[in-house]
Design a protein around this ligand. Structure first.
Ligand code: XMP
Length: 529
């Protein structure tokens, strides 16, 4: 494991991201982390950037033990300055602050290159990098040499003469940085010759951790939605504790066509996960009756979900108690609630104002906890989405599920722009199903980040046979996006759109017109509500 110490840079999580992309297992921890308190011995350490100056009164500082571990240490931006400051170098405000692209001249200047130990070895003479700093090194610490410089930063990259300590003023972790990954590749990670893949290390470690947390009898309950995250989390729990994990899928009446049934077959029949599907569609749809406001729809679905989930959990508990009363095996209480929280949800920011760093956590169904008094178990909290997908494949979850587009918790209710009724749900389910089927047939599904149909609450005139029709309109949406914070609409081949449109208007009763949404996010959002 590579330990990344976070000094509060907005890019810290990206360092983790880049390491993971190289199949190197990395963990981000607050910079206040004491080395003696670590539960593992890192194979390398990366010090992140920071909004602080090393000389600020309240500037965060690294535990100097980091430099005694005998492993490579890479300082990025503030990390470089912090390393140099620790080793008696000097840091000062820059005359010319650098933001944006810069050219780093590699090593040869002054003939200081130390050959194989040089961090930037093999990257040519010049590297285009991304800079963002107001301070820089003004004097090298003893025993360090320069391995790269820019026109304004004479110490843009430095290395220790004999120990594996490196500092770079630029940010190889940002995607603007051309060949940034290579900058990281040649860093400590490269040197430790890390062989095992993230997933191998992760699965073993996580299963052991889950078993340890739950003990020999502990029971866990969790919701599955049919999405990647909850399915992978559920399968991992099943691998760890078998039937002591109980999954619940709530059919809220606004799922995709045949979804509850498909999830049941896949998770329960194929993968062996202990799963109960609860059909609560009547309850959800009756509570949604006449509601048009999107936030109101979200709230109703969220709250109803909690009611149904809790009632189901209570039933499972009661059944176990009844069995025990009849002389069956004592099962123990359900103590844990599984959540498919991912890494980007966990780290919003790390604060080190005070000795204990706080990490803000978001919970999709956090409301469950208050009343249920369950403890949280979040096996995916250290992973990014693509890692969850890779993990899913290793756990034998079929590819079509692993690659599945995200689907929002409030489901089709936020894709039916008017009031939600069974009839409207049915129309949208059929149209959406044709749309996705045709996208898959055209081999485009994996090129698109998210695709879905939207049912508009307006009617338009059409003609079928010799008769005039007056029916509803379907809007199609397909976007490409890295993180769904921004998104662009997908350019379909015309014949694919033609086929989709023709099938929807022919096969779905109640629709006589199909439009394609060509809005990017921003200014639009991905969903229509
Ligand atoms: P927007 O519409 O905000 O969507 O651009 C970005 C991503 O978030 C999903 N989304 C939701 N997911 N509950 C969810 O679980 C919600 O209320 C919700 N609203 C939007 C959306 O599908 C897209 O992937």
């Amino acid at each position: 494991t590579i330990l990344i110490l976070d000094f509060g840079s907005q890019y810290s999580h990206l360092i983790t991201r880049r390491c993971r992309e190289l199949n190197v297992y990395a963990e981000l921890m607050p910079c206040t982390q004491k080395i003696k308190d670590l539960s593992f011995k890192p194979k390398g350490v990366i010090l992140s950037g920071s909004p602080y100056s090393v000389y600020d009164k309240d500037a965060p500082h690294v535990d100097p033990e980091v430099f005694e571990l005998g492993v490579p240490v890479l300082g990025i931006c503030y990390g470089l300055q912090e390393m140099a400051w620790n080793m008696k170098g000097k840091v000062a405000k820059c005359e010319h602050r650098e933001y944006g692209f810069a050219q780093v001249q590699i090593s040869k200047i002054g003939g200081e290159s130390k050959g194989a130990d040089a961090l930037l070895e093999g990257l040519g003479d010049e590297l285009q990098v991304w800079m963002s700093h107001g301070d820089q090194l003004s004097e090298l610490p003893p025993d360090f040499h320069v391995i790269g410089r820019t026109s304004t930063a004479p110490y843009a990259a430095i290395a220790h003469n004999s120990k594996p300590f490196y500092g770079i003023q630029f940010h190889p972790e940002v995607t603007h940085s051309k060949r940034g990954k290579e900058g990281i590749r040649t860093s400590p990670i490269h040197q430790i010759n890390y062989k095992r893949t993230l997933q191998e290390e992760f699965i073993g470690k996580e299963i052991a951790r889950i078993r340890d947390i739950c003990g020999p009898k502990g029971r866990v309950i969790g919701a599955v939605s049919g999405g990647v995250d909850s399915s992978v989390a559920a399968k991992l729990m099943h691998e760890a504790i078998g039937d002591r994990f109980h999954a619940i899928m709530v059919d809220n009446g606004v799922l995709r066509l045949n979804e509850a049934q498909q999830v049941h077959e896949m998770l329960n029949k194929d993968l062996g996960v202990n799963l109960t599907v609860v059909d609560a569609s009547d309850l959800f749809l009756s509570r949604l009756e006449g509601v048009e406001d999107p936030e109101q729809k979200r709230k109703i679905i969220g709250n109803t979900f909690i009611n149904v989930f809790e009632a189901e959990a209570a039933k499972i508990e009661a059944a176990a108690e009844a069995e025990e009363a009849k002389g069956g095996e004592a099962k123990g209480k359900i103590e844990w609630l599984l959540q498919g929280t991912l890494y980007p949800d966990v780290i919003e920011s790390i604060s080190f104002k005070g000795p204990s760093a706080t990490i803000k956590t978001h919970h999709n169904v956090g409301g469950l906890l208050k009343d249920m008094k369950l403890k949280l178990i979040e096996p995916l909290r250290e992973l990014f989405k693509d890692e969850v997908r890779a993990l899913g494949r290793l756990l034998n979850i079929p590819d079509h599920l692993v690659q599945r587009h995200p689907f929002p918790g409030p489901g089709l209710a936020i894709r039916i722009l008017g009031p939600v009724t069974r009839d409207q749900v049915k129309i949208l389910q059929q149209a959406d199903n044709i749309y996705i089927e045709e996208i898959r047939k055209a081999g485009l599904y994996n090129q698109i980040s998210q695709a879905f149909a939207v049912l508009l609450p307006v009617k338009a005139v059409g003609v079928m046979g010799d008769a005039r029709t007056y029916e509803q309109v379907i809007a199609l949406r397909a976007v490409q996006s890295e993180d769904f914070m921004t998104a662009d609409w997908f350019v379909f081949p015309a014949e694919v759109l033609r086929r989709i449109s023709s099938r929807i208007t022919n096969e779905v009763k109640g629709i006589n017109r199909v439009t394609y949404d060509i809005s990017s996010k921003p200014p639009a959002t991905v969903e229509w509500l």
